[in-house]
Design a protein around this ligand. Sequence first.
Ligand code: GDP
Length: 393
Amino acid sequence: MKLAMIGFGQAGGKIVDKFVEYDKRHDSGIVRAAVAVNTAKADLMGLEHIPKDQRVLIGQSRVKGHGVGADNELGAEVAEEDIDEVQGAIDSIPVHEIDAFLVVAGLGGGTGSGGSPVLAKHLQRIYTEPVYGLGILPGSDEGGIYTLNAARSFQTFVREVDNLLVFDNDAWRKTGESVQGGYDEINEEIVTRFGVLFGAGEIGQGGEVAESVVDSSEIINTLAGGGVSTVGYASETVENDSSGGGLLSRLTGGDEEDDLDTAHTTNRITSLVRKAALGRLTLPCEIEGAERALLVMAGPPRHLNRKGIERGRKWIEEQTGSMEVRGGDYPITDSNRVASVILLSGVTNVPRIKELQQVAIEAQDNIDDIREESEENLENLINDDEDELESLF
Ligand code: GDP
């Protein structure tokens, strides 16, 4: 499906930048337009693929291009004040050509955390196209303020979008890596998962004609109804001889070989589906109770088959208890991988969110206590004990 992507804040901008690069590399046609919005000039300048005239610096009169310093209330205020400037960049997007908006932001910081829900609300008011969010949760080692920011932003963002796709940095961080190196790898993971998912709805025009190609309306219907979504992914390298059946089978013309191939293909698909659903999700959660799901099997057409997808789909139905599980192909002729992507929409049993909220509440109480205490301490410091001194004015 074709998206207008708007990256808010540093993480949002970097991820959208990477989506643009992915889109060029795979010719997947998912990024119809890309915009980056930030209060920090340096972050905008560091982007490589988003066109310069689509980078919007907001809050100049308030923060002079230096960012909001993890103050997400200020991030939200600045976004509201300068929404016309963001709209100015969106005005150049041919909105009639897009299927949806995707607002991307790290929820733990200031600009994206505060600004992305403001932008989502604005887009919902102006356009009829769905507005999705891609929200990045901070790692638990980032500290209280980031957790508090994320918990408050998450709550607000979910309400303002048609669906919030979530990626949890905490579940993906690796120990012993530099933060930047770690993010590069994590961002690659994000872009691959969501790239395959959204790319699925883009095939059809001149592409491979497969048995049951996923259409963008199936992605939209799976995301409809709101709430929170998570994505599972698993892939396997395959031999890609794009000339059709195996050499042996063509030489012998043997059906036996074909049957074996089919059984093997079906089994591979079913196991990839299980691996994707039971492996690491973008937001780890209990898949039971997910309201809707979409299974996308991507790869060379001869390694995809209807039977495998049908089995995988049924298995997801059993595991989630959902009656609304869609499934289909995303044929990619020149690929040497078969990948399974599962979008689980409307998940509600998410221990990580509850934990985040708990830590956020503790952080909030702590901050309030410290603020009160420090006001008192400062009073004690600047006033003499007996109140004998008088200030000048
Ligand atoms: P902002 O510019 O004020 O919106 O804040 P940032 O985007 O710099 O940071 C917000 C949060 O996003 C951080 O707390 C991190 O959890 C996360 N983050 C920052 N950069 C990246 C990145 O490149 N990739 C990912 N996955 N997360 C990031």
